[in-house]
Design a protein around this ligand. Structure first.
Ligand code: GLN
Length: 309
């Protein structure tokens, strides 16, 4: 077992936290700008219930792009992989997560993968539900089931802040609508997507979700197969190839753990067959990944030989 004690893990956190000063908190969604750049916390959740953690692990953050793995799992469970991948591709991109460039240069226009904004917007629009409220309720219920916590909700302030400033995401939607990749009312979809990104939790809960992916879709707390094995496999593969946006190649080489980041500073990791990881460190590098969080994972991966490659 890696890191038996909180103290052992805390030493890695102290080392990695020094890198936070080289990063910057995201402020293009104004409410995220309030985060403390020096925060860094981590939880490692084993399927047998043992949890090791360090830092202020009760501190809440919003999932942002980390939610893209969850919405993808739900959309595939709703429609099947074949249908979902008619609308979104499976290839990594060398462009930033919110880029519109490849949508225009690829014919037919189809988002390259579900981990970039264009792809995630298509995926979110596919979640089944008779209304936007019902789609969101289903997603939130799913998150609660994965994290084993019925009290999880979304942060209204962050959702409103993103909704007011999401014009680039609106542009992606209008482009996709024009090219028949979605048929949703754009304002309603942006509102749903902003709420999805604003789902709020702490590291302990994030690590629980990571464990479900690590254990091939089985929630070890309930022993229920909450995600079909094949869907969990698809999600983990995207976490490896696209989870860190256009830094995924370097991440695979240096760290080698299926993981997904978000601009509020979260990283959800899933070490196959072993444990889930939840990290929060809001200072980001220039590609939008938690700078100290990445360092922390690199230190742990090197020390405990966690790379799957
Ligand atoms: N809500 C954010 C956005 O769409 C998520 C981006 C991210 O975490 N990379 O811009």
């Amino acid at each position: 077992m890696l890191c038996e004690t909180n103290k052992e893990l805390a030493a890695f956190v102290t080392k990695a936290r020094a890198y936070a000063k080289d990063g910057k908190v995201a402020d293009y969604i104004p409410a995220l700008g309030k985060a403390d750049p020096n925060d860094l916390s981590i939880a490692i959740q084993y399927p047998n219930g043992h949890c090791v953690s360090a830092g202020d692990v009760k501190k809440k953050f919003t999932l942002q792009s980390t939610s893209k793995v969850i919405s993808l799992a739900l959309a595939i469970m709703d429609w099947g992989a074949e249908t979902v991948f008619e609308y979104v591709g499976m290839e990594p991109t060398g462009d930033p997560f919110n880029s519109i460039a490849k949508l225009e240069s690829n014919v037919p226009a189809k988002p390259l993968n579900p981990m970039i904004n264009a792809g995630a917007l298509v995926v979110t629009h596919m979640i089944k539900g008779r209304s936007m409220e019902q789609k969101f309720e289903r997603l939130l219920e799913f998150v609660r089931e994965l994290a084993n916590d019925q009290s999880i909700n979304y942060c209204q302030e962050v959702a409103d802040s993103e909704y007011r400033t999401a014009d680039l995401n609106r542009a992606l939607c209008y482009f996709l609508k024009q090219h028949n990749r979605m048929n949703e009312n754009v304002e309603q979809l942006i509102s749903l997507y902003s709420k999805q990104c604003a789902i709020e939790m702490n590291c302990l809960q994030l690590a629980q979700m990571g464990t479900v992916f690590a254990m091939d879709g089985i929630n070890p707390v309930t022993s229920k197969q909450v995600i079909p094995k094949d869907v969990a496999r698809i999600c983990k593969t995207f976490m490896v190839t696209c989870g860190m946006y256009n830094a995924s190649g370097e991440f695979a080489i240096k760290i080698g753990i299926p993981a997904k980041s978000g601009v509020a500073g979260s990283i959800m990791g899933a070490v196959p067959g072993r444990f889930g990881i939840g990290i929060f460190g809001p200072a980001l590098d220039e590609k939008g990944n938690s700078i100290a969080g990445l360092k922390l994972l690199e230190l742990l991966s090197n020390h405990y030989k966690l790379s799957m490659f």
